[in-house]
Design a protein around this ligand. Structure first.
Ligand SMILES: [Zn+2]
Length: 316
């Protein structure tokens, strides 16, 4: 079954291997086993569309962040799209419909508005370069909002609101994964196209990165998608291991809250350091699908795998 995966950090790993080569060799998108989302794994797992996040660690000095973002965008265009004819850059959501058999769509996203500081010209450039989804923060604070681990817990700044409005005007998604609870509610008031690209249910696993019941219900009422994430500490409280059934419990719970048509998948591969057993990289994706098919109808599983996202965001 075809998969749409709304979050991975392969660009960061590829960029770091260029700056500081592992074992003196650079990682290759095509087949380096150090990548959870290399091309061979994507093919084997039947990934139809993979999102690639531009992301920089908080220790990157402010004045170097834009440079880091550009390096990752260059890797997206040069190493992922240009070198692999089967990889197709999704520049607008409708392009997903035009993918041919054997082609894999690649979506460029941004995780953390730190990349463009207070410079809206840079944000507009990101739209021009094909960024289709913007997460305002990672875990810390920036000029737009506070992230989940910022003790202050503040909401959107005026600048952050301006960024969400610009996303709305450009038809770009505003990603609420990583936002502080207050910033989440501020975004919900103004975002036309909210999404949680990689978040689970707080009630099942009390981690601040997960969404509480009120947040989940608000997302579903606003007709927004929540994509479950595969990192064990977001699945099982304070544990570094999880089974596929543990992950499915989060899908069950989101369904109980009315989300059967609002659930998708957002692995966070290449951004995570431990894995769900039998779901260690993109090639293993069908293990999850086969297990889901034991619990849900084929139509429902198709929804989680790709169709719900298409119904929400890809206009026919
Ligand atoms: Zn993340």
């Amino acid at each position: 079954m075809k998969i749409i995966d709304t979050h991975c950090d392969a660009l960061l790993k590829l960029q770091y291997s260029k700056r500081i080569p592992f074992n003196k060799t650079q990682l290759r998108f095509n087949d380096s086993p150090e990548l959870n989302t290399n091309l061979q794994f994507l093919k084997k797992g039947n990934i139809n569309v993979q999102f690639f996040a531009i992301f920089m660690m908080p220790d990157v000095p402010t004045n170097e962040k834009w440079q880091h973002a550009l390096e990752q965008i260059d890797i997206f265009y040069h190493e992922i799209i240009r070198k692999n004819p089967e990889m197709k850059h999704i520049k607008k959501w409708q392009d997903i419909k035009d993918l041919k058999e054997g082609e894999i769509g690649a979506v460029l996203t941004l995780e953390g508005a730190d990349a463009f500081g207070n410079d809206l010209a840079k944000l507009r450039m990101l739209y021009q370069l094909g960024v289709l989804s913007i997460g305002l923060t990672w875990n810390n604070a920036n000029l737009c909002a506070d992230g989940v681990e910022e003790p202050r817990g503040a909401g959107l700044t005026s600048f952050g609101k301006e960024v969400v409005q610009l996303n709305n005007e450009h038809g770009v998604l505003t990603d609420v994964s990583h936002l502080s609870v207050k910033a989440f509610w501020d975004v919900m008031e103004i975002a036309k196209y909210p999404i949680a690209s990689h978040s689970n249910a707080f009630t099942l696993c009390e981690h601040p990165r997960n969404l509480n019941d009120e947040q989940i219900k608000a997302m579903f009422e606003r007709n927004a998608m929540i994509h479950v994430v595969f990192w064990p500490p977001f699945i099982n409280h304070e544990r570094n291991d999880a089974t596929i059934n543990d992950l499915i419990r989060h899908i069950d719970y989101l369904c109980e809250l009315g989300g059967v048509r609002h659930i998708g998948l957002g692995s966070d591969f290449d951004g995570i350091s431990s894995f769900v057993t039998d779901l260690e990289n993109a090639s293993k994706y069908q293990n999850l699908i086969n297990q889901l098919l034991k619990h849900y109808s084929e139509e429902e599983v198709k929804g989680f795998a790709h169709q719900n996202f298409i119904n929400h965001y890809v206009k026919s």
